[in-house]
Design a protein around this ligand. Structure first.
Ligand SMILES: C[S@@+](CC[C@H](N)C(=O)[O-])C[C@H]1O[C@@H](n2cnc3c(N)ncnc32)[C@H](O)[C@@H]1O
Length: 261
């Protein structure tokens, strides 16, 4: 049984691979990012907090609709990327701050908007994360969430979560949409929008971003080769032409906008 990774180790691993994340098209050109921009553009917000900001793409996407955005992450390497890209784009209302998802650097009910994209599957406790967002956001404030998700089918849920963990020891769990809906309601968030987007990737590039060893990569490729038909269909798995055996695929992404009651 593999030991769960401590959250500090997770932050160190992301710090180490921060530059690669900042240039990964799967992150900065994803459908979920564009959708979050559209969902935020309906209003103007005072203070926004982007949780687990990585290189800051979500913070930059919502920045035009906010007075001020605090882009938070526990990986110092990611915060350096946020500062660099914000400067390049001339965004003066985005500041980078060190924080874990369960200890946001603001007073109670200080935020008008909280965002979090493609990160909760790394958090040790979703309940603690949602409780912290509920503390930080004003009643009537907005919380926009997007995360890689698992199908409702238990076998496909196991397949995607096993694959994620083999590719990245810091993976905790992709939740089913039904699980998200329940946890959000329990934490006091009322959904007013929900959609499923997809994130498109290729196995070798995806594994390179987390530094998977050659041996583990070959074992992972073998699993893709032998993926059950249900997984091939659900995750749009397809062999990529080329000298090396490689697969393109897509993961579902749960996107929702909620209001704090
Ligand atoms: C895939 S990146 C996030 C991408 C980013 N949100 C975006 O929209 O492009 C995942 C991020 O989660 C952060 N992270 C991991 N564990 C965390 C935790 N417990 N609390 C807060 N952030 C965490 C990592 O440091 C990393 O930067």
């Amino acid at each position: 049984m593999t030991e769960p990774v401590r959250r500090e180790e997770t932050a160190d691993q992301f710090s180490e691979h921060a530059a690669g994340f900042a240039s990964a098209a799967a992150h900065f050109s994803a459908e979920s990012l564009k959708l979050i921009g559209e969902l935020a553009s309906d209003a103007h917000y005072g203070l926004a907090i982007d949780v687990a900001t990585g290189p800051g793409f979500t913070a930059f996407e919502v920045a035009p609709y906010c007075d001020r955005v605090i882009a938070t992450d526990p990986a110092e390497g990611m915060l350096d990327q946020v500062r660099r890209i914000a400067k390049e784009r001339g965004l003066n209302n985005v500041e980078a701050r060190h924080a874990y998802a369960d200890a946001l650097p603001v007073d109670d009910a200080a935020a008008d908007l909280v965002t979090c994209r493609t990160a909760p599957h790394h958090f040790p406790s979703i309940i603690d994360f949602l409780a912290e967002v509920a503390r930080a956001v004003k009643p009537g404030g907005t919380f926009i969430l997007a995360d890689t998700s698992a199908p409702e089918d238990d076998d496909l849920d196991a397949w995607i979560n096993d694959m994620e963990l083999r590719r990245d020891r810091t993976h905790v769990r992709d939740l089913k949409h039904s699980e998200w809906r329940g946890l959000l309601a329990e934490a006091g968030f009322e959904q007013n929008f929900e959609a499923t987007t997809r994130v498109y990737m290729e196995t070798r590039d995806w594994c390179a971003r987390t530094g998977v060893s050659d041996t583990d990569l070959e074992a992972i490729i073998e699993t893709w080769r032998n993926a059950p038909d249900t997984a091939v269909k659900e995750f749009q798995i397809s062999r990529v032409d080329g000298p090396e055996e490689n697969y393109s695929f897509s993961w579902p992404v749960f996107v929702t906008r909620t209001i704090k009651t």
